[in-house]
Structures are given as C-alpha cells and as structure tokens.
Ligand binder design. Structure first.
Ligand code: SAM
Length: 227
C-alpha cells in the first residue's frame, strides 16, 4: 500500500500513461500503478546506486521486469526517446533540485504532456518554472502525513498563454481557492517563522532595511490568507 503522499501522486497519473518516475528510490509508485493495472510501462530512474537497487529489488519481488525499467541516471537522462514517456513524476525532493532536474533535461521533456511534482519545500520555484516552460497547473493538493506537510502540483503542457501572479506562485493557484486546515496550518507556521526572523532583524545594531521591507511585504501577503 502506498503512503498517502504517493497515493495522491498516483491518482494524478492518467490511465495508460507511459511514466517516468525520477528519483524513484524503491519504485513504490510505478510498482503500485502497474499492479493496480492503471499503467503498463514505466521507467524508474535514480542517480544513486543504493536507491536504484531498492527499485530493482521491488521490481523483481513483484515480477514487474516486463513493465518497469530501472535506470541509473541523473534526472531526466533516464528517459530515452523510444520510451515515449508522456508523464513524469518527480517526488520527495526540494523545489530547487526538481527545477534543476527539469532544466537540465528540457529536451527529454519533448512529448511529455503531464508533470506531477511533489516538492518538499520550494513550491514557489516549481510553479515559476512551470509558468516559464508552458506547463499549466491543472490541480494541486496539500496533505499532511507523519507531521510533514506536502504539496502535489500537477501541470499539463499547453501552447495557450497563461500567467500566475505573485500570490498564485507563492500559495498555489488552486490551493489559494481551496484553503482548508492543512493549508492554514502551513501558512500559520510560516508566518510565525518569518515574523520571528523579522523581529531579529529589527533588533540588530544595523537593521537591514531592504530585507526588512521585503519580509514585511511577504508577511502581509501571508496575513491575508490566514484566518
Ligand atoms: N520519489 C520517492 C518518493 O517520493 O517517495 C523517493 C524520494 S527520495 C527522498 C529522493 C530520491 O531522489 C533518492 O533516491 C535520490 O537518490 C534521488 N535523486 C536525487 N537527485 C536525483 C537526480 N538528480 N536524478 C535522479 N534521482 C535523484
């Protein structure tokens, strides 16, 4: 059984997708999707030999060698043209690493219709990257598991122009509208963290005025979404 976090990701994988799971570790996600009969082809990529071995073990344990190909590769280098991948998942990493992987592998994204990204932090960076590369956000979910809050961002390739404003990039265009207790808890905690940092800056011998101003405007933005 998948963790709730990975189940949310799995639910956004289209039926019959040709999936690449980048940074797969145990290949739990592609394995569950193949076992469920939702997909029958996946590449399970990881840059680190230990996690890739975990994936190989899981694939062999479940006898999924014909459906899931493990590949030791950095980011999207795991994808080959013949795979005809149309859906890419990158889950369980920071937003900076996710966007680095996407940028480094831009040419492998040719033909990829859907990106399902689950940054542990740095969601704003991920959304900014998506906007700059024609991937429009179609859905977002925020969940809490084992004391951590996670966001899942689903984006589809489009040639239609679209824009997100600062608020949407920061909080998520869908999450802003959905709100909910987990969203509130996340931004309440962030507010407290930033308010404390601001108080420290203000108490300094030479307060960094530029930084203070930008923190104040960020805090005001958060204040408007928390109740
Ligand atoms: N995706 C799984 C999940 O969400 O549960 C596993 C997440 S695990 C915390 C992160 C994995 O990403 C590790 O196995 C790590 O080796 C892999 N990784 C980190 N950088 C990578 C890169 N540039 N290319 C491929 N895999 C990478």
């Amino acid at each position: 059984k998948l963790s709730q976090r990975l189940q949310v990701v799995a639910d956004f994988v289209p039926t019959g997708a040709r999936l690449a799971d980048i940074g797969t570790d145990h290949a739990y996600l592609p394995a569950a999707l193949v076992v469920a009969g939702k997909i029958n082809f996946a590449v399970a990529g990881d840059v680190t030999p230990g996690p890739l071995q975990n994936a190989i073990n899981e694939i062999e344990r479940l006898q999924l060698q014909d459906q899931i190909i493990p590949r030791l590769a950095d980011g999207l280098a795991a994808i080959q043209p013949a795979d005809q991948i149309d859906t890419v998942v990158i889950a369980g990493m920071g937003g900076a690493l996710i966007t680095k992987i996407l940028t480094a592998g831009l040419h492998q994204l040719h033909g990829v219709k859907r990106l399902i990204l689950q940054p542990n932090i740095g969601e704003e960076r991920v959304r900014t990257w998506l906007m700059a590369h024609h991937y429009q956000i179609m859905a977002e979910k925020i969940i809490e598991e084992d004391g951590h809050i996670y966001e899942v961002i689903v984006a589809d390739y489009t040639l239609m122009p679209f824009r997100y404003n600062d608020r949407e990039l920061r909080f998520g265009p869908f999450l802003l509208g959905q709100g909910g207790p987990i969203f509130q808890a996340k931004w309440q905690a962030e507010y407290e963290r930033e308010a404390q940092a601001l108080a420290q800056m203000k108490a300094a011998k030479q307060p960094p005025l530029d930084k203070i101003a930008s923190f104040e405007s960020r805090l005001n933005q958060i204040k408007k979404v928390i109740k």
